[in-house]
Design a binder for this molecule. Sequence first.
Ligand code: GLU
Length: 332
Amino acid sequence: MQNARYHGRFAPSPTGHLHVGSARTALVAWCAARRSNGLFTIRVEDLDEPRTVPGMQDAQLNDLEWLRIDWDAGPKIGGPHGPYIQSLRHEHYQAALDQLYRQETLFPCKLSRKDLRELASAPHERQSPYPRSLRPAHVQPGWYAEPHNDAAIRLKVPHGRIAFYDQVCGAHEENVAVEVGDYVLKRKDGVFAYQLAVVVDDLHMGITEVVRGQDLLESTARQLHLIDTLGGELPSYAHVPLVLNAQGDKLSKRDASLSLASLRERGISAKCLVGYLAWTIGLLPEARPVSPGELVDHFDWSLIQGRQHWIVPEDLIEMLSSSVTLRRCSAT
Ligand code: GLU
């Protein structure tokens, strides 16, 4: 019987082929949902049109099917809270934005990225924080109802620390007002921001646990604040360690040889890949060929806690090509 309480998801952006890093995160998210007899949803995050690559949505779904990761709601099969493709969900994002406007938490911002960079006192790794002092002193009444092509819409972030517990990373807290400031919910070009879309969708779809890569840990405090402002129930979070290339960078399109499509073309079996990835993140004591279903019974967050990012070894492909080597690699 399915546990109606647990509802997990995997939400890839169709900007390229799935690589071994996204596959590992999807595997963990799927195992967590199946371990709880829960539901698993796939959502396509294609709002950033210039970054979306035609054909990648289908390619990514094929990759998931190849791994034997299934879903209860999502593209191809639909479900009660569809559509599951963000570019078809604008009305949901607009309704949330309208609510936030009525709550007097929004304001228009005409500053460009360049203006913001110049205003920042020190170079900052992330986009420069947007301090409260930059909020416009006067806003034209009715600004929200009029077309605002030349302005982004930002959320007024109150001061205060936001603390949460992450299933993998443990206790975490952030003062969003200081570290990020008033952030954008709708860009100047009319595109709804990731932070808004993800929160609206997770709430609407009834997601109870968000499992994703650790590169998004820093978005969580913003999302918790936004959910709270919208009056929704907070999910729990699990941010999974990343897979890095030999240079120690996050995998990207440049690491084409580590895409699932490329591994499949080289004749590597899905079971070998799943077993190997599961071993690298602690879900198996040794790397042996398995299907995702064989990992479910022993899945536990404690197996992943405290693990570092994993750097792909140079000889990954050779290792995956032979299940004998695959067995041996766990002994080293
Ligand atoms: N679409 C995001 C990505 O592919 C994931 C967003 C999320 O899981 O919250 O990196």
